[in-house]
Design a protein around this ligand. Structure first.
Ligand code: FRU
Length: 438
């Protein structure tokens, strides 16, 4: 216990559970100043199994406090699989007991079906709705949202019809009685559905639909049927992204669409396993190829900046060039790299390369690559470096590449790499981050 949060590979600014295993983020909801993060949790081992809902809260999306388990299986073998949470502001379900609205969760009970549970103590403990299960079908992972224009709830579910993988939509007025509305083919577990303003224009809004791999369709949603306006686009180019969710209950004056994903990263020899990826803000942007999602780390990352250094108009001769005196373990790096006159350029972060091939127009890290085009001769890179991950954001988040990577604890070097010519760097910021743990 004395080493808690000081273990060798404990991520410094990513949520991990104190002990045991985590997978999917569940029930992401903001309520009364708290960002709730529930998650698929095995409290009894470092492998997947014994699914409970673990629970943590944060006041700033950065510092997390782990609380007692929120959902327990009712009996052995009836596990609490993934689901979502909403604040029932109008008390449509009648679950409210005091002066504050109830937090209502929908989750998969593997023994019973899709279930509803509610909390009147700010998400600490939950009571089961006595009419559970509310939907019985072959599938799982209810994502519930409030559909404002229709004044009703929508539940998106992973749903199997024979051997076909689909997302089913159900609707409800009270979170208790659910009616089947429609199906869409070609999506696997953990559906997610939300609306975003294109280029921030409130008059031009589109819906995004995706499942656990994050690959998404952009389209229209009328409260019952999703009508795609495009095929699927790739969201994550990394090696560890899975089963993300976005927050409900975000106040209008904030207005952000914030996502947390499970980071599928094996922790070497630790008493805990897996992690959450850093929260990202999602936006829809018009690009040369059409309307696409972009993901950027939430601005609250800046609260962790401890020491900051910045440079402008640097010229880096060929080879691997240490930036004198710059090293670190937990880092936030922002760079604008000029791509003309170079073949390859990028960083070597604690021994791991994040390198852009100018001819191929591909960004590479470990065994993953992503297509990226420079904008007016400049490649913008943003990196979040922790003990077991490097999250890469290129071109202001148009390309998102979260990478699980165990970085050697004895290598804290940061180098700039240039091949085929000297590299020009328009601007570079390197921020050393403080840990979020007590
Ligand atoms: C996705 C998933 C979900 C399921 C949960 C079980 O990673 O398989 O479909 O609800 O994990 O832990």
């Amino acid at each position: 216990a004395r080493r808690l949060y000081r273990e060798k590979y404990r991520p410094g600014f990513h949520f991990t559970s104190r002990r045991g295993w985590n997978n999917d983020s569940n029930g992401l909801v903001f309520f009364k100043g708290e960002w709730h993060l529930y998650y698929q949790h095995n409290p009894y081992g470092i492998k997947w199994g014994n699914m409970h809902w673990g629970h943590a809260v944060s006041e700033d999306l950065v510092h997390w406090k782990e609380l007692p388990i929120a959902l327990y299986p009712q009996r052995f073998g009836d596990w609490c699989f993934s689901g979502s949470a909403v604040v029932d502001v109008d008390n449509t379900g009648g679950f409210q007991e005091g002066g504050e609205p109830a937090i209502v969760v929908a989750y998969t009970s593997t023994g019973r079906g899709e279930c509803i549970a509610y909390s009147n103590d700010r998400g600490r403990t939950f009571a089961e709705f006595e009419g559970n299960p509310v939907v019985e079908h072959k599938g799982r992972d209810p994502k519930v949202i409030w559909y404002e224009p229709g004044g009703h709830w929508v539940m998106a579910l992973y749903h199997e019809v024979d051997d076909k993988r689909t997302i089913a939509f159900y609707t409800s007025k009270d979170l208790k009685a659910w009616e089947f509305a429609s199906l869409i083919d070609g999506f696997y577990e953990c559906p997610e559905l939300f609306e975003l303003a294109v280029d921030g224009d409130a008059g031009n809004r589109k819906w995004v639909l995706h499942a656990a791999d994050g690959d998404y369709m952009v389209g229209a949603f009328d409260g019952r049927v999703f009508t795609p306006e495009s095929g699927k686009h790739k969201f994550s180019h990394g090696n560890c992204f899975y089963a993300s969710q976005t927050y409900s209950g975000v106040p209008a004056e904030d207005g952000r669409r914030i996502q947390i994903a499970w980071g599928r990263v094996e922790m070497p020899g630790m008493p805990f396993n897996q992690m959450m990826l850093f929260p990202v803000e999602l936006t829809l942007r018009t690009t040369g190829e059409g309307v696409r999602l972009a993901a950027r780390p939430v601005r609250e990352i800046e609260r962790l900046h401890e020491t900051s250094r910045s440079w402008e108009d640097l010229t880096v001769p060929m080879g691997r060039n240490p930036i004198p005196g710059v090293e670190g373990e937990l880092l936030h790096i922002r760079a604008a790299l000029r791509t003309d006159g170079v073949e390859k350029l990028g960083f070597v972060i604690r021994g791991t390369e994040v390198v852009y091939d100018v001819g191929e127009q591909r960004l590479a890290c470990l065994d993953k690559t992503a297509p990226v085009s420079p904008v007016e001769g400049v490649l913008r890179l943003e990196l979040l470096v922790d003990r077991t991950s490097i999250e890469i954001f290129a071109n202001d988040g148009r390309v998102y590449m979260p990478m699980g990577a165990t970085l050697p604890d004895d290598n804290k070097s940061i180098q700039i790499l240039a091949e085929g010519g000297p590299a020009g760097i328009e601007s570079l910021e390197v921020h050393a981050l403080r840990s979020i743990w007590p």
